[in-house]
Design a protein around this ligand. Structure first.
Ligand SMILES: [Zn+2]
Length: 290
């Protein structure tokens, strides 16, 4: 990358030169470089990968297997949490909804009862199951543009960080929105409390070959402004509990979500989660764009 895709700056600092996670437990043999733009804070993989844009390929190497059942098991609680926090800000009632990167359609299944229509976009691996659940299906965004179908709400969760060219992808998403349509993005937040508290002991496991970019509030605000979007809402979403963070700090390596030592009760965890999200030091950021 000669120029920062967001601010255009052409000088970067090297923030990582080491092995990268390339599966749920493995690391690359070779060391790889991650650079960061000192102006807008955008971090990116020096050798960006194009082939990992196909979600069925990525899920196959990072999750246990790429079966439908594994997908549902892995994603259901996470999707539920995301949806609940988004629902506080926007109504899904009678809307034509698209989910890009939909996988087996967990989110679409939850939205189907209230939405006017539900459509999934993902690799052909998921076509059969999406149609079985009664959603419309597309295998590419170009196909949607060609069909002239428009959406009131387009979800893209955990997706743009994988893209080889995120700007191109978002420009295309804009073309398929109806007049007052919005895009809802969930993006991993580089400047999150795990990174602040654990430094390289977090980054070592967080950096991975499938993420071409590592975004944060500063560069995302600028990015969306440049793409002529209005930010309707932005807020934090912390996907893990305080107990999870404290267990991680205790052993300084990734810990499972369940079976952890309990430092605090649910009430305190909820209190802290809210404050982490309010401060935007959460593990993810949600942007609603118009
Ligand atoms: Zn930049």
């Amino acid at each position: 990358m000669k120029k920062c895709i967001i601010c255009g700056n052409n000088k970067f600092k090297l923030i990582w030169h080491g092995k990268l996670r390339n599966s749920s437990n493995g690391f690359t043999k070779k060391r790889e470089k991650i650079y960061q733009c000192p102006i807008c804070d955008l971090a990116f993989l020096k050798d960006r990968r194009k082939k990992l844009e196909d979600s069925s390929v990525t899920r196959n190497i990072f999750n246990k297997s790429n079966s439908y059942r594994e997908f549902v098991k892995f994603h259901s609680p996470r999707e539920q949490a995301k949806l609940e926090s988004i629902e506080k800000h926007i109504s899904f009632k009678n809307k034509n909804i698209l989910e890009s990167n939909c996988g087996t359609g967990i989110l679409l299944n939850k939205l189907k009862r209230v939405a006017r229509s539900t459509t999934g976009l993902d690799s052909p691996f998921y076509k059969k199951i999406i149609e079985k659940y009664g959603h419309k299906y597309f295998s590419s965004i170009d196909e949607i543009i060609k069909s002239k179908v428009k959406f009131d709400i387009a979800f893209s969760l955990s997706e743009i960080e994988h893209k080889y060219d995120p700007a191109n992808f978002i420009k295309k998403m804009k073309k398929i929105l109806s007049k007052n349509g919005v895009i809802i993005l969930r993006i991993p937040n580089f400047n999150n409390i795990y990174m602040y508290m654990l430094g390289n002991s977090f980054l070592k496991y967080d950096y991975r070959i499938s993420h071409n970019f590592y975004f944060g509030e500063k560069n995302l605000d600028l990015f969306f402004k440049k793409l002529n979007f209005k930010i309707v809402k932005k807020f934090g979403l912390n996907e893990y509990t305080l107990n999870h963070l404290l267990n991680y700090i205790n052993v300084k390596k990734r810990v499972p979500v369940k079976g952890l030592k309990k430092y605090f009760e649910k009430k305190t965890e909820k209190f802290v989660k809210q404050n982490i999200e309010n401060s935007l030091a959460s593990t993810s950021l949600i942007y609603i764009l118009r």
